[in-house]
Structure formats: structure tokens, C-alpha cells
Ligand binder design. Sequence first.
Ligand code: MSP
Length: 539
Amino acid sequence: MAATEDHSTTERPDSAYYVTTPIYYVNDRPHLGHAYTTVAGDVLTRWHRQRGERVWYLTGTDEHGQKILRTAEANGVTPQEWCDRLVEEAWKPLWQHLNIANDDFIRTTQERHTDRVQEFVQDLFDKGEIYKGGYSGPYCVGCEEYKLPGELLPGASEDEKLCPIHKRPVEWLEEENYFFRLSAYGPKLLEFYAENPDFIAPASARNEVLRFVEQGLQDLSISRSTFNWGVPLPWDEKHVLYVWVDALQNYITAAGYGADQARFEQLWPASVHLVGKDILRFHAVIWPAMLMAAGLPLPKRVVANGWLMVGGEKMSKSNLTGIAPTDLTSHFGVDAYRYYFLRAIPFGTDGSFSWEDFTARYTSELANDFGNLASRVAAMVGKYFEGSLPAATAHGEAEQAVADALVKATGLADRKIGEELDFAGGIAAVFDFIKLVNGYLTEQEPWKVAKDGSEEGQARLASILYTAAEALRATAVLLNPLMPVAAQKLWDSLGAQESLGALEAQTIATVADWGRLPAGSTVTKGDILFPRLEEKPTA
Ligand code: MSP
């Protein structure tokens, strides 16, 4: 297999910062919960791109298994037709609408995936990591997972048991299956977690995985023979591969595993697998064990986000209360949507969405603090300097304080967003800086200074407005990964596109270098960044 060949003669290209989302089941349309993880990954990769790093952002769809098969049957189409329709009509358009800049989109029904998956499992079979055996147990089709009897909830009757996540009856499955020797990997996994304390984040997720593995692992049933919507096992075509074992491999098949070794080495191991906390064990236990068995390097980090909740329950298609991502973007706009969930919910914890909270943050943080600052500064440069940014000839202590605050805010945001995935903390650092600039203008009162016709007064006015415009120049760069549309509008209104070039080309490393925006830049009053909200639409 390609992974074990000697490639010492191939020159290793630069590695990239490689981020993945879970690949989503296409039994239904995307909802707020799916968009939450995908936006987070987009902001993370855009941040690293803004640093000037090579980045690769992968998302995609999980198309095999019983859940998809049953949905297709219920809709009277073949599973492939169903998947094609949903991917093209629902999933890809939503990511485009939300400005998700993914570099690739993998579908598990693509040959570039299925062919490599067959090679991967054949390799494990040849190595003796897979054997034939029997299994019976309660199975949840919603989770596509065998459950342990102890974790089930009581159902309507004595015999009925419910999945603790889906609250729907589990089914009793009895099959002759192939098994992966997962149990053999417990001690190796524990050793790996101990040597790599940052592998699983946040700490609560790490502890949960440690406790689970410490209890001892069972071998994993990795094939199904009661239906055929899946990847056939190459040595026994009566069986299809268990959908999770198929799906997890998307992270390597999309990266060129077994097909394009140079690309694979550039991307793998992934820098971050972003996952919901419900699918942590698959990513932090089963996936690393499979990779160990195949002799491949393990991903660097698995970071679990919490759940978006509705009425105290995990948001899902059945309890969405009818809110789709586009219902929110049509009211608040795409940028505000990207902002809100990452700002309002500390990444890693559960959080509830509320229309009122979104409205309050939109109005006070986006429209008032940020949007007004941008339009006031542009208006004053227009009014007092005919739209030509003046030079700061009277840079004093107050201006230095703004420049210093920018250095601090940039360092903090870079660490929190780029390294810790503390999006809320990083965004807060940028918005604290915006507040400080507003405070600076309130104190300096440029509208009063403008009335002082003296040369000294003019120099003060010029310095105040230069300082505010320069602070906005940096803000546009820092917010570009989060709110690319508003950031570009601001960039254009500062005349920076002309004087400094493309916004994407500005790096985080130089963003706090004071004085980058040249005097003489043409400042114009562009579109209002965050217009007043219309009345809340009634359902
Ligand atoms: N297909 C599997 C993943 C395979 S990855 C190799 C799957 N798909 S899913 O469509 O059911 O959900 C995937 C992910 O969507 C969740 O783990 C999570 O990242 C996100 N979310 C789904 N509902 C969510 C919330 N209510 N809140 C936050 N994220 C949620 O599982």
C-alpha cells in the first residue's frame, strides 16, 4: 500500500494547516447545529490564511448506511439519487451562502473515496486486524451505532428501550460480522493521550474519553450484511463496511491517501478535526486506533464543540422550532450570523440560541460599537478633509495608547482564535479594542477640535482622525476571517484596497505595525455595515 512504501526520494512539500469538519449525513437538510461547526472551521482556517499560512479546509457528506437508505426509500428514489439531490440542492448552496471557503468537498460515494477505503480495510484484514465473528445488541439507526444496554432509557413498554440521544426505540440486531481488534488498542491509546495532552480538547472531552478507554474497549463490528448501501468488503462482498469506519476515512482519502502521496504528506496528519461532542469517541478512540493499525500518523488534535440547544435538548431536525440558517441570515445578514454563535457561546460548551439575545448583540456590538465607528470616522474625514486621509503630525500619548492596545488585542486574538479555538475570547479581544477606540473619540471630541481653526487645532484633528482610521484598518484585517463581507466594505471605504492592496494579503503578523494606512488614502462613506434591523418576522 502507498502508505508503507518508501518515499525517501520524494521531496516533501510544505505542510498545510489542515482542518476538517465532520462529514454530515444527507438524510436531511443542514440545520443550525451543522452550520455552527462549519462556520467555526471556516473562521479558524481563514484566520490561519490571514497569517499567511498554507491552509486546507475540508468538509463533505456522509452518504452510506441505513439511515440514508431508509430516507431514500421513504422518498421513493435510489439512495444515490437522494444524496445527489440533497448535496446539490441543500448542502453545497448553504455553505456557499454562509461564505464557507472550503478547499474540498468530499462525498463518501465518490470513487476517490470508496476505492481507497477498500484498500485501507483490505490492508487491515491482511495484517490480521480484522476477523469474522458474531454480534447481537441494541442498535440506534439515528446514531448508526450499537449501544451498551446500560446507557439506554426506558421506553413506552417493558421491552422498549430508547437511545439516550435520539429518544427513539433502539432495534435489536444480530449479525455475523467482521470485527476490528479495537480492544487491543486501549493501552496504546492511553499511552498516546498521556504523551499528547493537547490531543483532545476541551478538558471535559479529554476526561470523558480517558474514562471511557480506561474501562477497557470491546472489539468493533465493522461490517453489515442485512443491507447493501455501503462500500463492499473486498474479500467478502456479501458485507458492506460499517458506515462510521467508511466515513472516518474521508479525512485521508480526500487528502490523497493512496492516490497522491505528495499531497497526502503535505496535508496529513490533520491539524484539527472539529467534531460535535456526540461524535467524540469515533474521532478520539476508533479513528486513532484504525490509524495505528494501518501504521499511519495520528491527527494532531480533536476539538469537540458543544451542542446548540433548543428547549433544553440538542437541536436536531425534529426540534428546530422551524428555524433554518437562512431564516436568520435573511434577517440579520450572513456576517452577523457568523459572528453571533461564535461570540455568544464559549466554544466547547452547550449554548442556547435566542432571537432576543441575537438582536441585542447585533444592535449594541455590531451596529453601534463597530458599524457606527466606521461610518462616523468616514463621515468626519469626508467633512473635514474632503475624504483624503490626513497625516498624524501630533501623535501623542492618547494615540500611543491606541497603538499599544492594538498590539495587545492582536496578540490575544491570535492566540485565542488561532491556537486555543477560543473564538468568543478572541472576538471579545477585537471588540474590546473597538470599544477603546470609541472611548478615545469620545474623549478627544474631534467635532469640537474641528471648530478650532488654528494650525495646532488642525494638526490635532488630523491626528485624531488618522488614529481612528488606522485603528479601523487593523480592525478590518482582524475581522476578515469572521465577517469577510463587512471587513471588505470597511477596507474599501478606507481606500485601503488602493493604497495597501488586497485585504487577504494583509498578515496578522504586521497588522499591529502602526501607521500602515498611508496619509492621502481616499476615504469614502461606503454602505452602512450593519443596518438597523427590521421588525422580527412573525412565523
Ligand atoms: N456523519 C456523521 C459524522 C461523520 S464524521 C466522519 C454525523 N453526521 S451528523 O450530520 O449527524 O452530524 C455531524 C455534526 O453536526 C455533529 O457532530 C456536530 O458537529 C454537528 N451538530 C449536529 N447537531 C448539532 C447541534 N445541535 N449543535 C452543535 N452541533 C451539532 O454525525
